[in-house]
Design a protein around this ligand. Structure first.
Ligand SMILES: NC(=O)C1=CN([C@@H]2O[C@H](COP(=O)(O)OP(=O)(O)OC[C@H]3O[C@@H](n4cnc5c(N)ncnc54)[C@H](OP(=O)(O)O)[C@@H]3O)[C@@H](O)[C@H]2O)C=CC1
Ligand SMILES: O=C(CO)COP(=O)(O)O
Length: 327
């Protein structure tokens, strides 16, 4: 079935998603950006070299800088950073079709409130159903047509299935899920854990330490998912373990590179330069863990290091000398 799909947010991920969905040939896809001169260049050149260098965008993909261009879309993907999603909901909400489903594609937690992005979007857009797209996939890999599998979660599995069918193509495969909580927390926390793995790499304490962080980090992710009402199994799937392994081991990851800079003792400011979602999620996840009474020592340490409250040597010492417990 043919769908009208709008992707809002003309950055790396939005452009990659719009491109791969347009390539299915089934859907009419519009990439909607807020910068008219960028959109004019994309239309003219079919390249977005600032974020996806050298990758040609499909002929079938349409572009617009007008918020009302989303008015006929039944599926609207929000592909801007987590902390910009509330603003985007306010800016684009009035232009959504009555039955449009909004799919958040960001990996984070609302910093001001600790809300999941789906809860925040339902607050801002109470008339609309809200779904989540997350999982292991770098924008450049997706846009190049390399095989990628991710998860599409909606509260009703039938809706998730419909969205996954509509968006999936020959190189981009979506698995439907009904666990929006687990899928979102996996995406937010893997970024924090990738920073931790970057720190380990940057300060040169070995691959064994990285493996320990991945496994113990996954246990933290699972605990938070369950405490927030999600399913433990989701942590072991694509949006949890899958994305954690990808981001914690590939230098394509901005979160990993940020952690490496921290580990090398370089000055790293998450508000300058490229987007580092984990730097925002660390403090809010640590706060949530505290409120829910669950242990997330790696997340706490990453948050404290970023805030300059804890040194790296001290953090390693603290993690290694915690009371011995069963796994
Ligand atoms: N890059 C990747 O490989 C992947 C990214 N993600 C997730 O996708 C999200 C976006 O990341 P990514 O695309 O890489 O980031 P980028 O920094 O490449 O792009 C972000 C885009 O969002 C736009 N934007 C910011 N605020 C708004 C707003 N209020 N309304 C409309 N557009 C807005 C920016 O526009 P402007 O240029 O005008 O500032 C920019 O085009 C993050 O949560 C990330 O974790 C998920 C999977 C893979
Ligand atoms: O989420 C991603 C891949 O799944 C992208 O990771 P970074 O934001 O760390 O680059």
């Amino acid at each position: 079935m043919s769908e009208q799909i709008a992707v809002v947010g003309a950055g790396a991920f939005g452009t990659a998603l719009a491109s791969v969905i347009a390539l299915t040939g089934r859907n009419q896809v519009t990439l909607v950006g807020r910068n008219p001169s960028l959109i004019a260049d994309l239309k003219a050149e079919r390249l977005h070299d600032a974020v996806l260098p050298g990758i040609e965008l499909p002929e079938a993909l349409e572009f617009s800088a007008e918020p009302d261009s989303i008015g006929d879309a039944g599926i609207v993907l929000f592909a801007m950073p987590s902390q910009a999603q509330a603003d985007a909901a306010r800016q684009y909400g009035a232009h959504l079709a009555k039955d449009a489903i909004v799919v958040t594609c960001a990996k984070g937690i609302e910093r001001a409130t600790g809300n999941l992005l789906t809860d925040m979007l339902e607050r801002e857009l109470p008339q609309h159903r809200v779904a989540v797209l997350s999982g292991p996939g770098f924008a450049a890999d997706i846009a190049k047509g390399l095989p990628t599998a991710m998860v599409l979660a909606a509260s009703e599995v039938a809706v998730a299935e419909r969205l996954a069918q509509a968006i999936s193509g020959r190189t981009f495969r979506l698995y439907p899920s009904s666990d929006r909580i687990g899928v979102q927390l996996g995406g937010a926390l893997k970024n924090v854990l990738a920073i931790a793995c970057g720190i380990v790499e940057g300060c040169g304490i070995g691959d064994s330490a990285r493996a320990a962080l991945i496994a113990r980090g996954l246990a933290e992710m699972s605990r938070l998912i369950v405490a927030k009402g999600g399913q433990a199994d989701t942590a072991r799937g694509l949006s949890g373990l899958g994305d954690l392994v990808l981001t914690a081991t590939s230098h394509q990851s901005r979160n990993l590179r940020f952690g490496i800079a921290l580990g090398r003792g370089e000055k790293a400011d998450p508000l300058q330069g490229e987007l580092v979602e984990g730097a925002f999620a660390a403090a809010v996840a640590s706060r949530l863990a505290d409120e829910l009474g669950i242990a997330m020592p790696i997340t706490d340490a990453v948050s404290a290091i970023i805030e300059g409250k804890l040194g790296i040597t001290e953090a390693i010492e603290q993690l290694m000398t915690r009371p011995i417990t069963t796994e």
